[in-house]
Write a protein that binds this ligand. Sequence first.
Ligand code: SF4
Length: 63
Amino acid sequence: MRATVNQEFCESAGVCRGLVPDVFVLAGDGTTQAVAADVPLELEEDVTLAIDSCPRLAISLLS
Ligand code: SF4
């Protein structure tokens, strides 16, 4: 399962990056991106929290 950030909605303020820095990162162009790799099992709960905490509802999970 991979996380993805919809750039159309993301404001890049970094709530998700603060919660799960191993999955959500600040790219060189200032956008917030999810790493391309699958979310490790031990971080799935944290990613779910990030999804629920995202003020722009910009995070999705891809199976
Ligand atoms: S919490 Fe949501 S709006 Fe904020 S940087 Fe992450 S994906 Fe973007």
